[in-house]
Design a protein around this ligand. Structure first.
Ligand code: ASP
Length: 296
């Protein structure tokens, strides 16, 4: 039997995380780790952890998702398990608050990656929870950021706050999941790393699991999640992450990732100032506003 481990993050970015975001992570880690500890699969644990973060409204995912340039929330998510390499993803989902649950449905379907066109129909058929219109305050924030434009808008765009989780269960299975509202005030139709298998998430029981956050345009050019997993071949997560993040930093990429190897060793690294995240195991829960910063 393996010692179960769960890692979660609330996004790598320029903004200091709020106390609520940090205590939210602690709660999610405690509750979702309990499942793992009681014998649930790694896949159930990451899906539950990400759903809880989507529901909290505290992060850029689900109920708290960023608005796009046209004031609409379109959500991306992906999920993967490392036993049979089953994976599913959803891109630009509108009107539903848990894209991670839809990504999980897609895992079991013939077609594994859905856009809103077919995805929303399946979400409806599955009875997934509806996402109401954005709050007036969020629309006001968007309008004022657009009005300021320039550096002020660019700064908001560095507040990545996507959510993600990776887990190892008692049976040796690894899984990863991620969910986002994308980058603040982004062009409708823009796709980042989060719903791209191999960029946003990857899991392979013979290697490890990884979930990424940061500027999608940077992460997807490295296929960072898959690269981290490949670097875990014969190496501990910490060493694999050192290699991958040295490379990310050399391009001045803005990124962060959770990495967990098949023996349960883990790493949380980022090139951004902050990455609220944490780990839960039988030793307890450790949440911090940043872990290992890799500078270029
Ligand atoms: N990676 C996400 C994206 O580019 C943003 C984030 O991590 O917050 O869509």
């Amino acid at each position: 039997m393996n010692r179960p481990v769960l890692l979660c993050h609330g996004g790598a970015g320029a903004k200091k995380p709020t106390r609520a975001a940090l205590s939210g992570l602690e709660k999610v880690l405690k509750k979702s780790f309990k499942l793992l500890d009681e014998g649930s699969s790694a896949l159930d644990a990451v899906s539950e952890a990400v759903k809880r973060m989507e529901d909290s409204g505290l992060y850029n995912a689900g109920k708290g998702a960023n608005l796009q340039l046209d004031g609409v929330r379109r959500l991306d998510a992906s999920i993967m398990e490392g036993g049979r390499l089953e994976a599913g993803a959803v891109i630009g989902l509108e009107g539903f608050s848990n894209p991670v649950l839809l990504a999980r449905c897609a895992m079991g379907m013939t077609h594994k990656v859905l856009t809103n066109l077919g995805g929303a129909k399946i979400a409806e058929a599955e009875g997934l929870e509806r996402l109401g219109p954005p709050a007036a305050a969020a629309l006001k924030r968007l309008a004022s950021a657009m009005e300021k434009g320039g550096d002020a808008l660019e700064l908001y765009r560095k507040y990545f706050s996507t959510v993600g989780a990776v887990a190892l269960d008692s049976y040796g299975n690894l899984a990863a999941a991620s969910s986002t509202g994308g980058v603040f005030a982004m062009l409708p139709g823009r796709v980042g790393d989060t719903p791209l298998i191999g960029s946003g998430v990857y899991a392979d029981n013979s290697l490890g699991a990884a979930a990424c956050t940061g500027r999608g345009e940077d992460i997807l050019r490295l296929c960072l999640a898959k690269e981290l997993c490949m670097n875990m071949k014969g190496r501990a997560a910490e060493e694999a992450s050192r290699i991958s993040f040295k490379r990310a930093a050399s391009f001045a990429f803005k990124a962060g990732a959770l990495a967990l190897d098949k023996k349960g060793r883990w790493s949380i690294a980022h090139t951004t100032e902050h990455m609220p995240s944490g780990v839960a195991s039988k030793d307890g829960v450790d949440v911090r506003e940043r872990f290992r910063i890799v500078e270029s």
